[in-house]
Design a protein around this ligand. Structure first.
Ligand code: ZN
Length: 320
């Protein structure tokens, strides 16, 4: 008869619904206030920082290594103009993939095996809907990023370069899970009409089912939260469960991942019901409904078939 704790739990859970800075509300039934997530630095503040270029390095003033910097934490590493990977970060299990999405030693692009397999499946499914995808870019090493950024600076100046190209170490392409996708036959990615082309619209509705999320959505509010201009071609693989949770949250991935990286609760967006959860998806947190007197389930019965939450290293904060 643990009436008091149960009551406290229910009362605690009813404090839900407070709007979060990046949109969405905390999942119903999740005990709130388990972890205080520190606020993320605003893009407007970060973008005022100077880029320091020397003969041997390019860096953003005050940039730091992201909290989830290990290669095993690829799904939740927050990368933006402040948080970066180290210059020696190299993803494990890179495989070659062709620009048509076929895993083959002859492929000219590299991706982490999980991402390559998911992408390959997505290309096949897209074809069924008459969408022919092609890879424009995939894994980029630190050295490649350095060369690319330098080229942009030379071509369009520092301000334009930092708007459309990540400073080395800050690109999601270094994770080996991120691709730029275009259309084989339709509107080119660089065409202003690309975001409303059938290819881009198909990706918007379907990429999450394969574990990909769009890092840089359109709209000034989203741009202010993602720190980069809208990119309808840039897709990051985070695994099916996490991708579902991200689209569900209606948050930009940077905000969602910051919350997750810091051990925050799952966030439910207003349009969650319109997205299809992956097969076997189980809510990551136990509902408040089972009485507290029942056998305590220490591990919430999360059963990801692939493990998108890279916490085996145990470096993520554990809620008290
Ligand atoms: Zn990209």
């Amino acid at each position: 008869m643990r009436v008091v704790p149960l009551l406290a739990l229910i009362l605690g859970a009813s404090v839900l619904g407070a709007a979060l800075p990046g949109g969405g509300v905390v999942a119903a039934g999740v005990a709130p206030h388990t972890v205080v997530v520190p606020p993320i630095t605003a893009c407007s503040e970060i973008n005022k920082r100077k880029i320091i270029i020397t003969r041997t390095s390019i860096g953003i003033q005050g940039a730091v290594t992201t909290k989830n910097w290990r290669t095993s934490q690829w799904a939740t590493s927050v990368l933006d103009p402040m948080y970066r990977l180290s210059s020696s970060y190299k993803p494990t299990n890179l495989v070659a993939i062709t620009w048509r999405g076929v895993i083959s030693p002859k492929g000219g692009y590299l991706l982490k095996r999980e991402a390559a397999q998911a992408l390959s499946a997505m290309f096949i499914e897209a074809k069924v809907s008459n969408i022919s995808l092609k890879i424009l870019s995939a894994y980029r090493s630190y050295a490649t990023q350095r060369a690319t950024f330098a080229k942009w600076v030379a071509q369009s100046g520092l301000q334009q370069a930092r708007k459309y190209s990540a400073v080395p170490g800050h690109s999601e392409h270094q994770l080996g899970t991120t691709v730029d996708l275009g259309s084989l036959t339709g509107v080119a990615w660089s065409n202003p009409k690309f975001p409303t082309s059938p290819t881009a619209l198909w990706l918007e509705s379907n990429a999450y089912k394969f574990g990909f999320v769009r890092s840089y959505p359109a709209g000034s509010a989203n741009i202010a939260l993602s720190c980069y201009g809208a990119e309808a071609w840039h897709w990051r693989y985070v695994g099916k469960d996490l991708a579902y949770e991200i689209v569900c949250s209606a948050q930009v991935p940077r905000i969602f991942l910051w919350n997750r990286q810091n051990g925050g609760d799952r966030v439910i967006g207003p349009a969650c019901d319109s997205f299809t959860p992956p097969d076997g998806y189980v809510l990551p947190s136990p509902s408040v409904s089972p009485p507290a007197s029942e056998t305590p389930s220490e591990t919430p019965s999360e059963s990801p078939t692939e493990s998108p939450t890279p916490s085996p290293t145990g470096s993520e904060p554990t809620p008290p």
